[in-house]
Structures are given as C-alpha cells and as structure tokens.
Design a protein around this ligand. Structure first.
Ligand code: ADP
Ligand code: MG
Length: 328
C-alpha cells in the first residue's frame, strides 16, 4: 500500500523541475512578489522562499495531508478555478518523496515550522521569520534511487528550471525572481509592470526589432464576462539563424501548449510577412476558468480551450492591428 502511494507520488512529481514547478505555483497562489529558488544538486536539497500571505499555524500540518487544499471549497469551485493549484496533492506527494520542512508566517502571528518525514508530521515549533513561506525539500527521491538515476543530468534540469521561471515571470511580471545553485546566484529577473520588460531579460541571444505590445479587454459573447488579451510581438532579424521560433502562450498565469492558438499566431504573422521570418511572441489570455479544460495533460501543460475559433479570430485581429494592417 505504501509502495503504491510512493509510485503514484513519483508519477506526478518525477523530477527536480516538477518539484520546483509545484512549489513556485504555490508561491504564486499566495500572491508573493518575491520568489527565490535555491538548489543544492549534490544532496538533492532545494528550497523555495516567498513573501506571500503565509500559512497559519493551524493549517501548516494540513498542507502535507492528501487532498489538502485551501483553494477549493465545493464542486462549483472546481469548474471555476482562479488559482494555479487546486488538487491539494503536490505537497503531500513531495512529502512522500523527501524529508520536508515548511516554515511560514502570516501577519499578526509569529512564524511556525513543521518538519515531516514520509509525509508524517514529526514536529511543529515556533520559528521567527518574515511573512511568507519557505519550503525546504531534503534528499529528494532518497527513497527512490531509480528515480534519481532516470532524472536527466543536473545541467539539463537547471536549464529547464530557468526556462520555467522565465515563463512564470512573463505571466507574472510583478515578481522578482532569483535562482541560486549552491548559494550562488545564477539567474535573476527583476519585477516590472509588464511582460514586454521581462521578455528582453529572457531573450538575450535573439535579436529582434522593437517589441510591440497590445493589451485589450474583450467582451466574450458566449459568457457574460470580460477577458484580457495581451500580445507582445517582436520581429526577429532577417538573418537570425537558427530561426528563433519563440512563441509562448500563457493562460490565466501559466504557460501552456495550445496548438490551435499557436497556429493562429503563426498563420496571422505569415499572412502579413514573408514566410521565412518568424515571430518572437508572447500571448497571455486571461479568461473565465470555465472555458479551460486542464485535463489534456496531467501536468496541466496542455489545455483545451472552449470557443477556440473566437480566440483565433481575436489573435488574427490583434496581430493585424500590430502591423497596422486591415484584412482587406
Ligand atoms: P494546492 O496548491 O493544489 O492547493 P498543494 O499541495 O500544492 O495543493 O498545497 C496545499 C496547500 O498548502 C495549499 O492549498 C495552500 O493552502 C498551502 N500552501 C502551500 N504552499 C504555500 C505557500 N507558499 N504559501 C501559502 N500557502 C501555501
Ligand atoms: Mg499547489
């Protein structure tokens, strides 16, 4: 039974990258504007520290329980998800795969820390700290040597983590990020008021013309709600080799794959420009959670979006606006 649970946990949380993703999403849900990730590859230790709203003393032990989420109260919430997390599985799974410490403080209380082993609470004790949360994960996959073996080399994972943080930064430009390895700062992003100031911090090797940005509120005809579309578009140099091919799509705060929207960007782009030039583009859609089906992929990496033709049309119009071209 324990083994089955362990295997199930290891399926969701299968890598260092997956752990970082889950912890960072929690920090984002806690409305942090500073998120620092530290990794100690030799010992498989890592920590994510944020200045978000924190966890109360009472809730702290619950975070490692299965299906413990503070984000869903009823089934209606489940189709109307406004947070990145909602399954309440991440911390429980991580706690089965590592020894973890969570220290946290909310305003108007002192800080508290829990220590857990095999997802069992060992201790809870007062711990002075600033408002926010620090999750420390020690000896990750120590009980799953094979999992460690099949994890890609650290360099490769670090690259992925860097990309992941960059993607979150685009969707959440108001956050300052740091990535440290063995206490050495290797990557940082400073907060800004908009994604077009983040993008240049990420794309240092691709040369592109000025970034143009359009942000608009869109009245969705099929549901009484307002959605927000943001498109940042840059034109790479004609001589750029290899072609940059840099198109990212975010929905409600998370970069995802949605081939239908991606192809809309490429085809609208190519309608107005030569076929051998490729855009640098970031599209962020903030729309009603009811329109999004996250179950195209277990890690929420790929989605189905309702009324896809409507959004393809919107993208086409926005790109045409950016190029100051009309359709006929
Ligand atoms: P989920 O994010 O799906 O709710 P998790 O297992 O990732 O589930 O987290 C469990 C709960 O722990 C969250 O619902 C939240 O209440 C709390 N939590 C986890 N990390 C943080 C954090 N960094 N700041 C504040 N609360 C947190
Ligand atoms: Mg979560």
């Amino acid at each position: 039974d324990n083994l089955i649970k362990l295997i199930a946990a290891g399926e969701v949380i299968d890598s260092l990258v997956a752990v970082v993703r889950e912890l960072v999403e929690n920090s984002l849900d806690a409305k942090a504007d500073r998120i620092f990730v530290s990794i100690y590859p030799e010992t498989w230790n890592l920590q994510v520290a944020d200045n978000g709203e924190g966890i109360t003393q009472e809730d702290l032990p619950l975070t490692i329980q299965p299906h413990a989420t503070s984000k869903i109260n009823n089934t209606n919430d489940l189709i109307n998800i406004h947070t990145l997390g909602f399954r309440g599985e991440a911390l429980h799974s991580i706690a089965q795969l590592a020894q973890i410490n969570i220290s946290s403080r909310v305003t108007n209380d002192c800080g508290w820390e829990i220590m857990a082993e095999n997802a069992q609470l060992q201790h809870i004790y007062p711990k002075p700290s600033a408002v926010g949360t620090i999750v420390r994960v020690n000896d990750l996959f120590g009980n799953m040597p094979v999992r460690r073996q099949v994890n890609p080399p650290f360099k490769q994972q670090l690259k992925k983590i860097q990309i992941l943080l960059g993607e979150f930064a685009l969707c959440h430009p108001h956050i300052t990020w740091q990535l440290l390895v063995n206490d050495r700062l290797i990557f940082s992003i400073s907060r800004s008021n908009s994604a077009d100031k983040i993008l240049p911090q990420l794309l240092k090797t691709i040369h592109y013309s000025d970034l143009k940005t359009i942000k608009k509120a869109i009245d969705t005809p099929y549901e009484k709600s307002i959605s927000h579309l943001e498109l940042v578009l840059g034109l790479p140099d004609r001589i750029s080799r290899p072609r940059p091919d840099w198109v990212k799509i975010g929905i409600n705060g998370r970069i995802i794959k949605c081939p239908e929207l991606e192809s809309a960007i490429y085809s609208s782009f190519h309608r107005t420009l030569e076929r051998d030039r490729f855009p640098v583009a970031f599209l962020h859609l903030q729309t009603s959670p009811r329109q999004i089906d996250w179950n195209r992929h277990p890690a929420k990496a790929e989605i189905f979006l309702d009324n896809i033709e409507f959004w393809q049309e919107q993208i086409k119009d926005t790109i045409a606006e950016i190029f100051k071209l009309t359709d006929n």
